[in-house]
Design a protein around this ligand. Sequence first.
Ligand code: ADP
Length: 502
Amino acid sequence: MSLTIDRSLISDRAAAFLDQPAFDLFIDGQWQGARDGQRFATVDPATESVITHVAAAGEADVDRAVRAARRALDEGPWGRMRPAERQRLMLRLADLVEEHAQALAEVESIDSGKSAAMARAVDMALVVDTLRYYAGWATKIEGSTQEASVPYAPGMELVTYTRREPVGVIAAIVPWNFPLLVAAWKLGPALAAGCTVVLKPAEQTPLTALYLARLVQEAGFPAGVLNVLTGDGANAGAPLVRHPLVNKVSFTGSTEVGKLIGHASVDNMTRCTLELGGKSPVIVLDDCDPARAATGAANAIFFNQGQVCCAGSRLYVHRKHFDRVVADVAAIAEAMPLGPGLDPAAQVNPLVSREQMQRVCNYIDIGRQQGAEVVTGGGRALDRGFYVKPTVLANVGPDARVVREEIFGPVLVAMPYDDVDQVAAWANDTPFGLGASIWSNDLGRVHRLIPRLQAGTVWVNCHALLDPAMPFGGLKQSGIGRDLGRAALDAYLETKSAFIAV
Ligand code: ADP
């Protein structure tokens, strides 16, 4: 483990995990190095120092992992396991994650930069709930019986029914902003449905997926049900998507990579779920309390340093309250203490990587060049660690790049509007359609506005709340399909129709 991590700030469990001599791939229930021996470094965004090295999977490892996942379905006990037994294993895994939640949160924090306290309260709590929610579904998967009326076989007596069967081998490719949480969004429905999984965490944040694999082993899942391949997109992700034995890809990440994955999936007729980028509007109507709206708007963009696909990155405030709300959001931003994710008081933590920090700072500069006023923030903070000051931009036109493109950082663009029709049109004038929030106490206006917004989720007087039972996903360039809820489970099941002449 890196000497720069202060052991007094982390639990013994986290220290013991980080201290292990090698971080190998988890394939077929075994820990093994990459076939070609390649490894890569993972970096602590708060100190910029190397935490440890992990195995870098290549095409040969992808093939081993996918074949192990296929064998687990066809030959191992998993394919024949009763739903109640799957449910029991999933509940045991959820209990283990809960028991290790503090250590998992600390490891997530060190690897991604995010607040350990938030990772514990939000990410890990939702991982546990998601696993428990889907554990319940394992025993509630139902087909249906029909009364058939085949027109050209009038005298024939038929028994007809449908059954739901696991899609098969799932490639779960996840991003670095909520590494373990998004992995659980894929793993939960996949395991409930009886699928097997090859999980590829993002190269920036490989560690909690490896920790999870240890817990999966401890819970007693048969070999090959979960396989974890650490590695990058080109050498591990792309061959995984192309592998002919993969039946479904479940991807969360950028729209750009999502499109590549979508194209590659169609070549093999691999099913795919794509949860992609966003540029979600926060709409403050004129009837609401501006102070409350400002607190909500600040949380909507600054939580997890804005590295949230449904971050409220466009703020539309009725002109009557505009100056007040923008000033309040700026004051909140300026009062947020800055520090590493392991500091429980710090609310501004580093971004995940140097590349991401530079990308976000570059967008702030583009905003300035296109005439934006920098109300607060405006670039990097400190010269060690990947910190970016929470930033509010105003006076930007609707075509400015900072209004149209996903920044994925703590950068808010604020715009005044004059009437609801205008703000509904502006809110929808984006290639994305992931989330939106409305701040208002006028029920009638809220209910009229919700159907008009092109977004997979609309929050009212809150933003970015997630629940395992509520489907999450996007319209337009924000993706195809849903994570969470019954909607996600359905996408891990095929429907087979049976006709029996009796
Ligand atoms: P970001 O731009 O936020 O880093 P990406 O969409 O590049 O997000 O990455 C999300 C996940 O997709 C990561 O696990 C990454 O390794 C993986 N990935 C990147 N490129 C590819 C690719 N061509 N095929 C499959 N997976 C990829």
